[in-house]
Write a protein that binds this ligand. Structure first.
Ligand code: ADP
Length: 363
């Protein structure tokens, strides 16, 4: 059978364990040898005990756990060719030529780079006498499938990323809790949510919590947002609402590209309306806790599909990402998704908001 390895890289997210479990069990079921690579690319570069063979039972009792049991890390070494050379040497030791990379767009870009370098890396290792010459024929290329694990839902090409649904649940629970206290005291609450440069969590949390206002990076508010915001809040109060909820994405910006922080929004409200205004920065609770049923199932389905994709790949196959599209598992060229994701950022950098919003969507 083939040998494959699974690793989690970049920021962790709930549901990664479900994906790891599914990759291991589908791989074993199909007669493959499956390895864990602990600590993401760092474990691949360092080798040794970081690369361990998985068994059916080694992934029992993890589906309900948040985070990733095989560890995740950021890794400077892997950005350099020398680091990737060591990583290739370690994989060749176990004859691993199939990888499932669970991470964000950075991790997937790294995987793509690794594949591009592969043949050259193997040749270099053979020339240096670090691996036997037979390895080039045995492992001519490395097949790669990516799964997107990210609470931010910041990746183009999939309707949802693994972890987003759970993060939303954490946000909604926290917002509901805040609302119940805000109602007693006629307060305004400014709630900052995660998402890096993506406004998905803020936007959807805003909808689900009946927020009065929501700030997201892809669609900054009009330049007179301070007046508009205060008008809106005052109007809500005059209609009998006892509280205001404002959701701010951590990456929110104005049309000049300057950050709109929760503190800035608080300052605008207190100075203009003199409302008792409190800031709540949800922070890492959003990444924590048990994965929701949705994220467990998404991890299961994506992990199984990743293994099936690897089984159909040849050394010539380009890397793909397993996505959910209209509730179906589909395979999309990895670099197409990464490039589109990067194009959103570029559009935002160029203050081209129409393009940013369009690229974030499906069309
Ligand atoms: P995420 O995967 O969540 O987007 P990062 O952008 O930090 O997180 O990427 C995770 C890791 O992937 C990095 O620490 C690095 O080891 C690797 N990586 C990212 N970009 C590249 C690249 N262009 N070339 C090689 N490795 C990369």
């Amino acid at each position: 059978g083939r040998s494959m390895a699974v690793f989690t890289s970049g920021g962790d997210s709930q549901g990664m364990n479900s994906a790891v479990r599914s990759v291991v069990r589908m791989g074993l079921y199909l007669g493959c040898r499956v390895f864990f690579i602990h600590e993401g690319y760092q474990g691949m570069v360092d080798g040794g005990n970081n690369i361990i063979e998985a068994s059916w039972n080694s992934v029992s009792d993890i589906i309900q756990k948040g985070g990733t049991i095989i560890g995740s890390a950021r890794c400077k070494d892997f950005r350099e060719r020398a680091g990737r050379l060591k990583a290739a040497e370690n994989l060749l030791q176990h004859s691993i030529t199939n990888l499932v990379c669970i991470g964000g767009d950075g991790s997937l870009t790294g995987a793509n780079q690794f594949r591009k370098d592969w043949a050259g890396l193997v040749q270099e290792l053979i020339d240096a006498g670090r691996v036997p010459a037979s390895k080039l024929a045995e492992c001519p290329n490395i097949q790669i499938v990516g799964l997107v694990g990210s609470i931010d839902n910041d990746f183009c090409g999939t309707d949802m990323t693994i972890g987003t649904d759970t993060a939303l649940h954490r946000i909604i629970e926290a917002t509901d809790a805040v609302v119940s206290t805000a109602q007693s005291h006629q307060r305004a609450f400014v709630i900052e949510v995660m998402g890096r440069h993506c406004g998905y969590l803020a936007l959807v949390a805003g909808l689900a919590s009946e927020a009065d206002w929501c700030f997201i990076p892809e669609w900054p508010p009009p330049t007179n947002w301070r007046e508009l915001l205060c008008e809106k809040l005052a109007q809500m109060r005059s209609e009998g609402n006892r509280l205001n909820i404002i959701i701010v994405a951590e990456g929110a910006i104005d049309r000049d590209g300057s950050p709109i922080s929760a503190e800035l929004v608080q300052k605008v409200i207190t100075e203009t309306l003199h409302y008792d205004t409190r800031v709540t920065v949800l922070g890492h609770v959003q990444r924590g806790g048990c994965p929701t049923a949705f994220d467990r199932l998404l991890g299961c389905r994506m992990g199984a599909e990743a293994v099936l994709a690897l089984m159909e790949m040849t050394p010539e196959s380009e890397p793909c990402v397993v996505s959910i599209d209209g509730n179906q598992m589909v395979r999309v060229p990895l670099m197409q998704c990464v490039e589109r994701t990067q194009a959103v950022q570029k559009a935002m950098d160029n203050k081209d908001w129409d393009t940013a919003v369009r690229l974030r969507g499906r069309s």
